[in-house]
Design a protein. Structure first.
Length: 420
């Protein structure tokens, strides 16, 4: 299948009505690392399977077989995006299931090993599972857990990765890119270290797929997770890549679906949607790398200039093109988000899967971000649907919000007065 040509511009989906009437006529959505808008082409791709093509792809009759054909066509499209063979892909419900399936399979297929290596900045789908497995409990195997530290820029030390892997290590699970800072880890180098030591390597690539080129045929990665709703497909569909020849123990037992690797009838509308989203992601890869990256830089430059005592969290060279995480000292991130919401602007104070916690992000803590800045960290994550006009609006709106919040904060007033 030839690689489709890149496109220079993407038509945005229909504007959403603003929840705060009278302020804006549409939402400015800068929270794409949490979830993305479903692309119009993806919605169209789903429709036939919600209407006339409702057969079960596992049925032996022609009607079911016709639906099965579209499942395999979608698998081929996702495989092409990843540089993988279609037989290496398992459709799942989401990135979290894929992460759990990969790690639990690695442990099940290496029962003589009891050591897990991950990082202190993983997504909760990996971090919480690994911490659970490392917690002694009756009737459950107990694992030794090493959580690798990161430096002030959110980067890993490859020497430390090599040092902690031992003969008891069953799996190393390191995210390809951090969901809060966008920092990209040296996955190829980490995978090479694991392969040299005979250890299975899994990467949560949820934030990378569709934003950066991937060729798994040339990468020392044994298992990889992705989630459709991060690349303009609906929620509820994901993929686990398992390199051919890698031993695998199913996480969900049931029927013979997914070549006996994941029981449960495939959600054909969602599978078709992910296939179309993968096709669009290939076409838009150059847009992600150029125009989206330029919008991110424009936003970052404008906010740093307009809001004193602001700083970017994470390595500014090795990161996703769509993500910036900025700390505004002496103010609370939740207060910033609530005031941005009054203008119909959507951003995040960290992972959507940890929202509601009053504690600073575990990623900010792991990076050693000062307490006065960690609480005021805001993640802006863009997509191909964002525009210059939206970015300029945020640059116009946010600095006055920061000034106002600092004025009403005793600690902020004290620091601002000292700065003068």
């Amino acid at each position: 299948m030839p690689r489709p040509p890149a496109v220079a511009r993407v038509a945005p989906p229909a504007p959403l009505p603003c929840m705060k009437e009278g302020i804006m006529d549409k939402v400015i959505y800068l929270d794409n690392n949490a979830t993305t808008a479903v692309a119009p082409e993806v919605r169209d791709a789903m429709e036939p399977f919600l209407r006339e093509l409702y057969g079960n792809p596992s049925s032996i009759h022609t009607f079911g077989g016709r639906v099965a054909h579209y499942v395999e066509e979608a698998r081929e499209r996702v495989a092409h995006l990843l540089g993988a063979d279609p037989s290496e892909l398992i459709f799942t419900s989401c990135g979290t299931e894929s992460d759990n399936a990969a790690i639990r399979s690695a442990l099940a297929t290496s029962p003589e090993r009891h050591h897990i290596v991950t990082t202190r900045v993983e997504h909760p789908a990996v971090r919480n599972l690994c911490q659970l497995l490392a917690t002694p409990a009756p009737g459950r195997a107990h694992y030794r857990l090493t959580e690798l530290p990161v430096d002030a820029k959110g980067m890993l030390d490859l020497g430390e990765v090599d040092r902690v892997i031992d003969d008891d290590t069953a799996v190393v699970s390191v995210m390809w890119a951090n969901n809060e800072t966008g920092v990209v880890f040296p996955i190829e180098e980490i995978g090479a270290l694991c392969r040299k030591r005979g250890v299975l390597f899994h990467t949560d690539a949820v934030q990378v797929v569709g934003k950066m080129p991937i060729n798994l045929a040339r990468m020392p990665v044994d298992m990889l997770s992705l989630s459709g709703h991060k690349l303009h497909a609906p929620k509820g569909i994901g993929v686990l890549y398992v390199r051919r020849g890698t031993r695998f123990s199913p996480f969900i037992m049931g029927g013979h679906q997914e070549h006996n690797r994941r029981g449960g009838t495939e959600s054909v509308p969602l599978v078709a949607a992910l296939g179309k989203a993968a096709e669009l992601a290939e076409k838009n890869m150059a847009v992600e790398q150029t125009r989206v990256g330029a919008l991110r830089d424009r936003l970052e430059k404008g906010l740093l200039a307009g809001a004193p005592s602001a700083m970017v969290n994470g390595d500014r060279e090795h990161r996703l093109p769509n993500t910036t995480n900025i700390s505004f000292e002496f103010v609370e991130g939740e207060a910033i988000l609530l005031m941005l919401d009054q203008f119909g602007i959507c951003a995040s104070s960290g992972s959507a899967c940890t929202s509601g916690s009053l504690e600073p992000s575990h990623v900010m803590r792991a990076m050693g971000v000062p307490f006065t800045a960690a609480h005021g960290s805001i993640r802006f994550s863009l997509s191909v649907y964002n525009t210059e006009e939206e970015i300029d609006r945020v640059i116009e709106v946010l600095p006055p919000i920061i000034r106002r919040l600092r004025e009403i904060s005793p600690f902020g007033r004290e620091k601002l007065a000292a700065a003068k």
